[in-house]
Design a protein around this ligand. Structure first.
Ligand code: ADP
Ligand code: MG
Length: 231
């Protein structure tokens, strides 16, 4: 049996301060390989805190987090960063593309930060960037600058960048938050296709309609995580 992609054992995060902020209260969670899970909650409820823990950007202050069966608490900072680079792709609301680099360069540059063993030669990086952009339907835009692309196309570039390292987990924080309804629909359709192809996806949203796309939804409220009964 393959280990869950995400396994939280009483994982929690409290930001220090007076008083301390218990942004994510201790919770258990298992997300299996190939699942598509949406995380819903109002602003300030702890969604990004959760995503930062799951994405190894922030370490929990309590509990144990196993990613693909690997106990992340036991890792050095360098090993944690390497694991993140190998296994996790991120997609954010505001795309985070470099404005003066082409779509292909934005995607190829992601491979420069890959763990040393995965680093590719420039020609290989270009080839893989082209493949990733084809996967998101942007073969005709590889040389375009982000400023010449629509919002939906920019998010597709960001998804290609997240996919180019062949992650086992795609973490999306409000990926359709800056898009009109029709464009959001096409991005959600793209994610549906990636899920059908076997990718594990965790998508954060405050929009119940977006949350309903997935087979499973968990809710966060005041830092408390809980399953939502499926409809
Ligand atoms: P969401 O993404 O659901 O809007 P966040 O996870 O960003 O919520 O924030 C959850 C809570 O943690 C909020 O009360 C926020 O103010 C607090 N918080 C977030 N980051 C920090 C930090 N670095 N230090 C202290 N408090 C924080
Ligand atoms: Mg947030």
């Amino acid at each position: 049996m393959r280990a869950p992609v995400i396994e939280f054992r009483q994982v929690g995060l409290t930001y220090p301060g007076t008083p301390p902020v218990e942004a994510f209260k201790p919770a258990d969670l298992r997300i299996e390989n190939g699942e598509y899970v949406t995380v819903i909650g109002p602003s300030g409820s702890g969604k990004s805190t959760f995503l930062n823990i799951a994405g190894l950007l922030d370490g929990p202050t309590g509990g144990r987090y196993l990613l693909d069966g690997i106990d992340t608490a036991a890792l050095t900072d360098g090993d944690r960063a390497a694991l993140r680079g190998q296994r996790i792709g991120f997609v954010f609301q505001s795309f985070h593309l470099l404005p003066h680099r082409s779509a292909a360069e934005n995607v190829a540059l992601a491979m420069l930060y890959a763990p040393t063993a995965d680093r590719r030669r420039a020609a290989q990086r270009r080839g893989r960037a082209r493949d990733a952009l084809a996967q998101v339907g942007l073969s005709h835009r590889i040389n375009s600058l982000p400023t010449r692309l629509s919002g939906g196309e920019r998010q597709r570039v960001a998804i290609a960048r997240a996919l180019v390292g062949e992650p086992s987990l795609l973490l999306c924080d409000e990926p359709t938050g800056n898009l009109d309804t029709a464009t959001a629909e096409s991005i959600l359709g793209l994610l549906d296709g990636l899920h059908s192809a076997g990718l594990t996806i965790v998508l954060i949203t405050h929009d119940p309609q977006v949350a309903a796309r997935a087979e499973r939804t968990v809710a966060i409220r005041d830092g408390i995580l809980g399953e939502v009964a499926s409809l």
